[in-house]
Ligand binder design. Structure first.
Ligand SMILES: *Cc1c(COP(=O)(O)O)cnc(C)c1O
Length: 368
């Protein structure tokens, strides 16, 4: 027995997380590069100050006002008729999804996704003692619907986790994929993780539109990406009221602090402004995709605020070469591929210059 007497399946594991390195150009965790304006900072600060005056008391455990504001926002962002009792929030959508696994997974049950995908999903399964089943995406990172349906029918997962757009590839799910999986899953939940939903291209619908049709559908969102509020830790989902009520059973008491609630409410009052850069970032993304393709790279279709590109014989050498030039990107997913977040035009220029340098220096030869 080792000390401390950790769960056997956790022995020797390292905590997950992207390297946090202090370099001039940080394009590795898909943050919004634009900080809040002075007006937003002032309103958030005033709201937090007001909340501070009552910090001797526990916050509203049901965060009614925030649920109302989130429902209003979702109804303006692809949803319709979503009511506050169909909305749930926690400290980041990671916590929201862990709570879903705590309520709907557990011993004797399994959760399922399709790789390459978000590296945290198997961790929610592990932490909630839920078995983990992983299918594969096609060569172009889309989900093969026939194979996906088969896998769901074979394993009968309690929870299917599907990011749309997918991380790290940027691939969005067509609405028929959501419908096929909701039908195949039967009583199992289908969680469509729309962490990057606001960045989707014109013509790519949100799964929120399908909520009225599938009682087992859950759509998660976050304020960490398009909303430019990663530091506040606010994520949420919309689903049938019964699903929210089930999650209320497993949440810790008062899990959303008064400071968090005040911050999120103030930010939602400024939604238009905070989301004001989304169109700029989408344009910048499309330019980056074109530029990478013109240079002969393979690039996955992206509906997100990041781009997945390759393929490199030695992707680590490319990653390191960029880092040496002060540009931090992410080495993640299948070998040969790298992910870069979309930043400001200045950051994109620095990335392009460094990439040209690194690849023409021959640090790594492209494979055809
Ligand atoms: C960034 C991200 C999230 C959001 O995480 P938060 O906990 O809300 O900051 C969720 N899912 C995916 C796939 C992500 O990339």
């Amino acid at each position: 027995m080792t000390f401390p007497p950790l769960r056997e399946d956790l022995v020797g594991l390292e905590p997950y997380g992207a390297p946090q390195v202090d370099v001039p150009v940080q394009l590795n965790v898909n943050e919004n590069p634009y900080p809040p304006s002075e007006a937003v900072v002032a309103d958030v600060a005033a709201s937090v100050a007001a909340a501070t005056a009552t910090l001797n008391r526990y916050p509203d455990r049901e965060f009614v006002e925030l649920r109302r504001a989130l429902a209003d926002y979702l109804n303006s962002s692809g949803g319709s008729g979503i009511t506050p009792d169909q909305v749930w929030a926690a400290n980041g959508s990671n916590e929201v999804m862990l709570q879903l696994l705590q309520a709907f997974g557990g011993p004797g049950r399994c959760a399922l996704s399709f790789a390459p995908t978000y590296a945290m999903y198997p961790e929610y399964a592990r932490d909630s003692v839920t078995a983990w089943v992983q299918g594969r995406r096609a060569e172009d990172f889309s989900v093969d619907l026939d194979a996906a349906r088969e896998l769901v029918l074979e394993h009968r997962p309690s929870v299917v986790l599907l990011p749309s757009p997918n991380n790290p590839t940027g691939t969005a799910l067509p609405p028929e994929a959501v419908t096929v999986l909701c039908e195949a899953a039967g009583d199992g939940l289908v969680v469509v993780d729309e962490a990057y939903g606001e960045f989707r291209r014109a013509g790519t619908p949100s799964a929120l539109e399908l909520l009225p049709r599938h009682r087992n559908l859950v759509v998660t969102r976050t304020m960490s990406k398009a909303f430019a509020l990663a530091g506040a830790r606010v994520g949420y989902f919309a689903a049938a009221r019964e699903i929210c009520d089930a999650v209320r059973v497993v949440r810790l008491p008062y899990h959303l602090s008064a400071v968090t609630q005040a911050t999120a409410l103030a930010a939602l009052r400024h939604a238009d402004e905070l989301l004001g850069r989304v169109d700029d970032l989408r344009r910048e993304r499309d330019l980056l995709v074109d530029w990478l393709r013109a240079r002969g790279h393979q690039v996955a279709e992206s509906d997100a605020n990041f781009v997945y590109f390759g393929r490199f014989d030695d992707r680590h050498a490319v990653w390191q070469g960029l880092l040496d030039a002060g540009v931090l990107i992410r080495e993640v997913g299948p070998d040969g591929w790298l992910r870069v977040s979309v930043g400001t035009p200045q950051e994109m220029a620095a990335f392009k210059e460094a990439l040209v340098d690194v690849t023409t220096r021959g640090a790594s030869e492209e494979q055809g």
